[in-house]
Design a protein around this ligand. Sequence first.
Ligand code: FE2
Length: 209
Amino acid sequence: MSDGSGYRKKVRILQLNLAKEISHGICVSNLACRVAREMRFPEATCHELAVAGFLHDVGKLELEKYLYGRENDTLIIEELKYVRMHARLSAKIMEERGYPSYMVEWVYCHHENCDGSGYPRNLTKEEIPLEAKIIRVCDVFAALTTDRPYRKAFDVDTAVDLMIEEIKNYDIEVFLAFLKVIHEDDMKDILDNGRTQQQLECFLNPEQI
Ligand SMILES: [Fe+2]
């Protein structure tokens, strides 16, 4: 960046992205832990799922170095290829920091679909760890119920309907446990992404306080 205002703008965008990623991680973490409890997982595994749920997209922060400085006319397909690297990058970061190999595998598999249409390895239902299937369902739901630059957040019922249309992607046992969890009374606080994000933006961007 050649001038101060440009630099400030760039930093601001990065901070907003970071706030969104952290907010999304918190939501997936809470949901994944609750779904695991609903499925009677040992408490230690529920805790590990909370950690993996929070970190599942941490590799996206690494993508910045691949996408930074790209030309505006970069083909979308090329960009998609890099974005699809994030599951492997998240797993690599966790591996380097000494997380157990099974947690690394959960995160590596968090975009795999039961029908084999996911990425990065096109695994099928039997090959995907159950914990990764939990993160998958919670991740999709958290994304659908959050505002995106190109659309407003869907309400809970619409998000569930959209997920049912793609039910082939998900493990049915996980999906049923997830449905129970999101209809529990105290779910509103967990799903209140907007509020979490507002708090995070103030934390990351003191000028806004
Ligand atoms: Fe992801």
